[in-house]
Design a protein around this ligand. Structure first.
Ligand code: PRT
Ligand code: ZN
Length: 216
């Protein structure tokens, strides 16, 4: 017994780069959640769906814990957090890449140029994996924001951060040297959905796939 009337609970970003496209995708799926996006929670009027508005970083944990059944979140967050959730579908928005960058004037010919260097990032797990896979030993300096200023203030030799247009790197005198992950928003689900919720998910997924097809 789920105790929530069998409604699917989906977590989306409260505000930020994924918020608008997440709401838009639900709308395009014919799901109306017009009542109050400023709250923590909203209910669809025409689909058994409850929408929770959360920080993107928290979404994988909430889905693992079954506080939410589903989530829309960037692959970068899913793979950095290493939570026990299942990626169900790529959503086609929020596209970016997680890349290494160094000062523009710096010499860099291959990955081994990073050996012994200090790398600032908000993605320590993914950077560590990338370095290990390439047999590089480097120091990872975790910072939570404004990563791109780290080389300029002498805090690090290199950074690893999300890039979309590249203008942030450019403005900070950096050049992109390696892409370690291509990312976009994905639909994740809790691994233990009951049959009823899985059926609802299948309906939602069918609509999402139709929306995606119509755009191709
Ligand atoms: O408050 P909350 O924690 O929910 O939001 P947030 O501030 O952590 O995340 P937000 O809204 O910035 O990003 C949410 C998600 O959008 C990310 O996790 C990615 O999956 C996706 N995304 C897509 C991006 C970008 N593109 C992006 N360009 N996230 C961040 N950026 C930043 C990047 O960190 C850098 O500072 O934009 C800058 C680079 O952009 P360009 O265009 O100058 O290259
Ligand atoms: Zn965040």
């Amino acid at each position: 017994p789920s105790g929530d009337g069998g409604k699917l609970k989906i977590a989306i970003q409260k505000s930020g780069r994924l918020h608008d496209d997440s709401i838009k995708l639900l709308k395009e799926c014919g799901i109306d959640i017009s009542n109050g996006v400023n709250k923590l929670k909203s209910e669809a009027s025409n689909f058994p769906l409850e929408v929770y508005f959360l920080r993107d970083d928290d979404i994988p944990q909430y889905v693992e814990d079954a506080v939410a059944d589903l989530g829309f979140v960037g692959e970068n967050v899913v793979y950095e957090k290493e939570k026990q959730v299942e990626v169900v579908e790529k959503l086609g928005f929020g596209k970016c890449r997680l890349s290494i960058a160094v000062r523009r004037g710096e010499e860099y010919d291959k990955i081994s140029s990073l050996q012994g260097k200090k790398i600032a990032t908000s993605y320590p797990v993914l950077v560590k994996k990338f370095l290990d896979e390439n047999n590089i030993t480097a120091e990872i300096h975790e910072i939570s924001g404004s990563v791109e200023i780290a080389p300029g203030i002498g805090l690090a030799d290199a950074i690893c951060d999300l890039v979309s247009s590249g203008s942030t790197l450019f403005m900070n005198g950096l050049k992109e040297t390696e892409t370690i992950l291509n990312s976009q928003a994905v639909l994740i689900k809790n691994k233990n959905l009951d049959g009823e919720k899985q059926n609802l998910l299948n309906k939602l997924l069918f609509r999402i796939q139709s929306v995606k097809k119509a755009k191709n």
